[in-house]
Design a protein around this ligand. Structure first.
Ligand SMILES: C[S@@+](CC[C@H](N)C(=O)[O-])C[C@H]1O[C@@H](n2cnc3c(N)ncnc32)[C@H](O)[C@@H]1O
Length: 392
């Protein structure tokens, strides 16, 4: 099943036929009008990050505000969660065996705090796996979903009702967390800024969005270049005019807030992304921002707001730097396949503590780790308080 990490590689340079804009969903028209009015009120141009925030999250109209069925086989893209229950089962094993054994978490309740839970499927898989493995012991684990959207919370409530008060919700990150803050494909879903290199002016120019002749168009803004993007002289000389790069202060700020809330334990994020220097290569000259619709990728980023998923690669260096700034240390920063492989090795060393490897679990493991599926483009970042003192 195609996924966005794989599609980024498989489709680079290949432009899908434009989706038919003559049959828009009625709410697309309403959202278009609302974004156009926002642009007009702002004097003619808004930053792309504002456009993306409205296209994805405008209440009742944005892409993630309309249906839980955007993720998975019948939706627009697959995630590790939508591959099946195995991803949650592997993570539950790691939480029990590695995180649960940390000296600071050896006794007392352990918080599992998820953000970006969408329809609650990962939470269900993790809770089911903990319940099966631990019986009463799993009652140490309290699952909390951080969900700012009332609609998405209703999808999650429906799926997770059977866990009773062992699952709870909040709009914002709790103040103090002892346990694990987890996310899958959350960081890539934060609105990004889009910048274009001006070779003659030797500066980055922020790309805004204007409403011209009944359609959205790119328009340059006058924001100063991000200070952290000052390039070494040699690179400035060779970077081609028009080179595009995205920046996600919202994702970095989210990681900072989560780091600040963590008292004991760790943050873990799975996503597709790169280290900072990997963005500045010829293969990434048009940036990593893409639009997804029914398992196809489009470079037409400004059409059909609310109908397309918009997403960009995570800058793992910037995110990890923020965690370090908040006093965390990095426990794992590697490909998802490597991390899951290590969990598998630990499972094999402790027979009887993981469900049977049925053919469907074996197939799911291959999908999660194979380079052509989730194995190559997807990475994991784990940062925690104090040094990591567990085996796996
Ligand atoms: C790409 S989907 C991933 C869904 C799910 N985690 C999975 O792996 O199948 C990203 C999800 O993050 C949610 N999201 C975006 N920003 C969020 C935030 N600040 N807090 C909580 N959820 C957020 C979106 O609404 C969407 O449901």
């Amino acid at each position: 099943m195609p996924n966005r990490g794989a599609s980024h590689r498989a489709f680079v340079g290949c432009i899908e036929p434009r989706m038919n804009p003559s049959t828009p969903n009625p709410s697309t028209g309403e959202l278009t009008e609302r974004i156009a009015a926002t642009i007009s009120a702002a004097g003619g141009v808004i930053p792309f990050s504002r456009y993306m925030a409205m296209a994805l999250y405008e209440p009742g109209l944005g892409y993630y505000e309309r249906s839980p069925r955007t993720v998975g086989r019948d939706g627009d893209f697959a995630t590790s969660v939508s591959v099946g229950t195995l991803f949650g089962e592997l993570l539950a094993y790691w939480i029990r065996e590695a995180v649960g054994a940390l000296p600071g978490l050896a006794s007392g309740p352990i918080d599992l705090v998820e953000a970006g839970a969408h329809d609650g499927r990962w939470a269900e898989d993790i809770m089911d796996a903990l319940e099966l493995a631990e019986g009463d012991e799993q009652r140490r684990f309290r699952y909390r979903i951080v969900e700012p959207s009332a609609l998405r919370r209703s999808w999650q409530l429906e799926r997770l009702a059977r866990f009773g008060d062992r699952v709870s919700w909040s709009d914002t990150m709790p103040d103090e967390i002892r346990g694990v803050i987890l996310s899958n494909e959350l960081l890539d879903a934060f609105p990004v800024e889009r910048w274009r290199w001006n070779a003659s002016g030797r500066c980055w120019v922020e790309q805004g969005v204007a409403w011209c002749g009944g359609r959205f168009e790119w328009a340059p803004m006058t924001t100063p270049s991000p200070p952290e993007w000052i390039l070494p002289g040699a690179l400035e000389e060779v970077l081609p005019d028009g080179f595009v790069r995205e920046r996600s202060p919202a994702a970095v700020a989210w990681w900072g807030a989560a780091s600040a809330a963590l008292r004991e334990g760790c943050l873990i994020a799975f996503d597709y992304g790169l280290e900072t220097e990997e963005f500045l290569t010829p293969a990434r000259a048009s940036g990593t921002l893409r639009a997804y619709h029914r398992h196809r990728v489009s470079d037409d980023l400004l059409s059909m707001p609310g109908e397309l998923d918009l997403t960009a690669h995570v800058d793992f260096s910037a995110v990890a730097e923020e965690g370090l700034r908040h006093g965390l240390s990095t426990w794992h920063r590697e490909r998802q396949s490597r991390f899951l492989m290590r969990i598998l090795e630990a499972i094999q060393r402790t027979p009887g503590r993981f469900p049977e490897w049925t053919p469907s679990r074996v197939r799911a493991f291959q999908t999660l780790t194979h380079p052509e599926h989730f194995g190559r483009g997807f990475r994991v970042l784990v940062q925690g308080r104090g040094p990591f003192s567990c085996g796996s």
